[in-house]
Ligand binder design. Structure first.
Ligand SMILES: Nc1ncnc2c1ncn2[C@@H]1O[C@H](COP(=O)(O)OP(=O)(O)OP(=O)(O)O)[C@@H](O)[C@H]1O
Length: 281
C-alpha cells in the first residue's frame, strides 16, 4: 500500500530546503497533495488527528526498522518519542515529514508540517532572517521571519550570519524557521541534545511558550526521559519497530522534575526502555 503524505512540508521544505537540510536531493520532492482548508490551527477544534499512521513499515535492505507501526497524534497534542538508539525514531519522524517515500502503510498528516533537527542546519551564506524565510511562500516572507525571530527572542540577531550564533541562538533560529510556517504538526528531532544544561532548560520553557501560543501538535524525539516528562502530554517508547509503551502525563505545567507523579512515571519509562534507574541495563 502506498503511503499518503501531505504536501505542506514537501512544498515548502522538501523542494527548496531538503537539499540544504539533508545534504542531498530528496528522492521525490513533492507528491502534490496540498494542505486542505480547515487545517489551520484555529480550525483544530474538530479534534481531527494531526497525524495518523497505520501499519507503517520501513525496511533498510533486509532489516525492518518500523514494523506495522500504528500512531495517532491529536491536534494540539504534545507527544514525546523515546527509544533506544537505532530503534527508528528519526526514521518515523522523517516519514511523517514527507522526507522518506520508501515506506509501506498509510500516513496522513492534516495540514502543514515543519521540522527542527538536532543540528540547526542553517545555510551559512544567508543571514539568519533569510534562513528563516527560505522557501517560505506567501506575502512578506522576510517580515514574517522577523516576527518569528522576535518570538523566539532573536530579534536582534536577525541580520547576523549563522556562524556568529551561539548553539542556543542557532537552535532558536531553527525553531523560528519551523514556527514561521505555522505548522499544524511540529516535528522536533532531538533539538536540545547538543545544548548545555542551562540553555536546554531555557529552551524547554521557550518551546512550551511557543506551543501554548500556536498550539501545533508536536512530536519530540528525545533520549532524555526528564525532557519528555517535563514537556509532553503523552510519552511513547519505540521498540522492535512499534510503539511498545505509552504513558499519559496529566501533571499540570510548569512541571518540576521532583514532582511525585513524575518520579513514578520516570521509573515506569526507564523500565520500558530497559534501563534501571541507576542507568545500568
Ligand atoms: N538510509 C539508511 N540506510 C540504511 N539504514 C538506515 C538508514 N537510515 C536509518 N537506518 C538504520 O535504521 C535504524 C534506525 O535508525 P534511526 O536513525 O531511525 O534510529 P533512532 O532511533 O533515531 O536512533 P538514535 O537514537 O541513535 O538517533 C538504524 O539501525 C539505522 O542504522
Amino acid at each position: 500500500m502506498a503511503a499518503r503524505v501531505p504536501g505542506g512540508l514537501t512544498g515548502e521544505l522538501a523542494g527548496e530546503l531538503a537539499d540544504e537540510l539533508n545534504g542531498g536531493p530528496s528522492s521525490e520532492p513533492s507528491r502534490g497533495l496540498s494542505s486542505e482548508p480547515g487545517d489551520r490551527p484555529s480550525d483544530r477544534l474538530s479534534h481531527r488527528p494531526a497525524a495518523a499512521v497505520r501499519q507503517l513499515t520501513r525496511r533498510f535492505g533486509d532489516r525492518t526498522v518500523l514494523d506495522r507501526l500504528d500512531l495517532e497524534i491529536a491536534g494540539g497534542e504534545f507527544v514525546a518519542l523515546l527509544g533506544r538508539s537505532g530503534s527508528g525514531k528519526s526514521t518515523l519522524l522523517r516519514a511523517l515529514a514527507g522526507l522518506d517515500q520508501e515506506i509501506d502503510g498509510s500516513l496522513t498528516v492534516a495540514g502543514s508540517v515543519a521540522v527542527a533537527f538536532q543540528e540547526p542546519r542553517l545555510v551559512p551564506w544567508k543571514r539568519v532572517r533569510a534562513n528563516v524565510a527560505l522557501g517560505l511562500g506567501g506575502p512578506d516572507p522576510l517580515d514574517r521571519a522577523d516576527t518569528a525571530l522576535a518570538e523566539v527572542g532573536l530579534a536582534e540577531r536577525s541580520g547576523a550570519w549563522p556562524l556568529t550564533l551561539s548553539g542556543g541562538e542557532a537552535q532558536r533560529a531553527s525553531l523560528a524557521r519551523a514556527l514561521v510556517r505555522e505548522p499544524s504538526l511540529l516535528l522536533l528531532d532531538e533539538p536540545f541534545s547538543a545544548l548545555d544544561a542551562l540553555t536546554r532548560i531555557t529552551m524547554h520553557g521557550l518551546v512550551l511558550e511557543l506551543w501554548a501560543a500556536h498550539r501545533p501538535a508536536v512530536l519530540l524525539v528525545t533520549h532524555d526521559v526528564d525532557e519528555a516528562l517535563l514537556l509532553a502530554d503523552r510519552v511513547l517508547v519505540l521498540d522492535a519497530g512499534r510503539v511498545a509503551h505509552e504513558t499519559v502525563i496529566t501533571t499540570p505545567r510548569p512541571r518540576h522534575r521532583d514532582h511525585p507523579d513524575l518520579i513514578a512515571l520516570r521509573a515506569t519509562l526507564l523500565a520500558a526502555l530497559g534501563v534501571s534507574p541507576e542507568g545500568t541495563t
